[in-house]
Design a protein around this ligand. Structure first.
Ligand SMILES: N=c1c2ncn([C@@H]3O[C@H](COP(=O)(O)OP(=O)(O)OP(=O)(O)O)[C@@H](O)[C@H]3O)c2ncn1[C@@H]1O[C@H](COP(=O)(O)O)[C@@H](O)[C@H]1O
Length: 115
């Protein structure tokens, strides 16, 4: 696969695969098994994978961090699907934040909370 093919479309394509598994056999599809278990189990898996990503982030190799990050992204996409979100909903959120410094946004939030 070229670098060009390895861009953000990988996530969009993975999401399509995840959606296509919604009614598949949980015996043969891990995604279908997760959908079957419901949002609580899916959210729990996201939490577990996030924790493992954090651990590899501080103590693992870059390869281990990449591996856990992939697990985290997969389970996060399953969570979005289970709650009726699509990647575009999240891409839109990110687009809306373009050009807004995180520092300035946090400061504005502080003023709003105090006021
Ligand atoms: N990216 C992934 C992916 N990443 C991780 N996993 C699976 O997630 C599981 C995590 O294992 P764990 O032991 O942590 O979790 P668990 O089996 O739910 O066990 P418990 O937490 O319940 O104890 C493993 O079975 C991994 O194979 C994934 N399963 C599927 N995909 C993608 O989804 C596509 C569709 O997969 P299926 O739905 O299985 O056909 C695949 O082609 C892949 O592209």
């Amino acid at each position: 696969m070229t670098d060009l093919e390895l861009d953000g479309r990988v996530l969009d394509h993975l999401f399509e695969v995840i959606e296509s598994r919604r009614d598949d056999d949980p015996e043969t599809s891990h995604t279908a098994k997760l959908f079957n278990k419901g949002v609580l189990k899916i959210a729990q898996k996201v939490g577990e994978e996030a924790t493992e990503t954090v651990i590899e982030g501080v103590a693992g190799s870059r390869e281990q961090l990449a591996d856990e990050s992939a697990d985290l992204l997969y389970h996060l996409l399953v969570l979005w699907a289970s709650r009726g979100l699509t990647p575009n909903d999240i891409w839109r959120q990110l687009e809306g934040r373009k050009g807004i410094s995180g520092i300035a946004e946090k400061a504005a939030r502080g003023v709003a909370l105090e006021g």
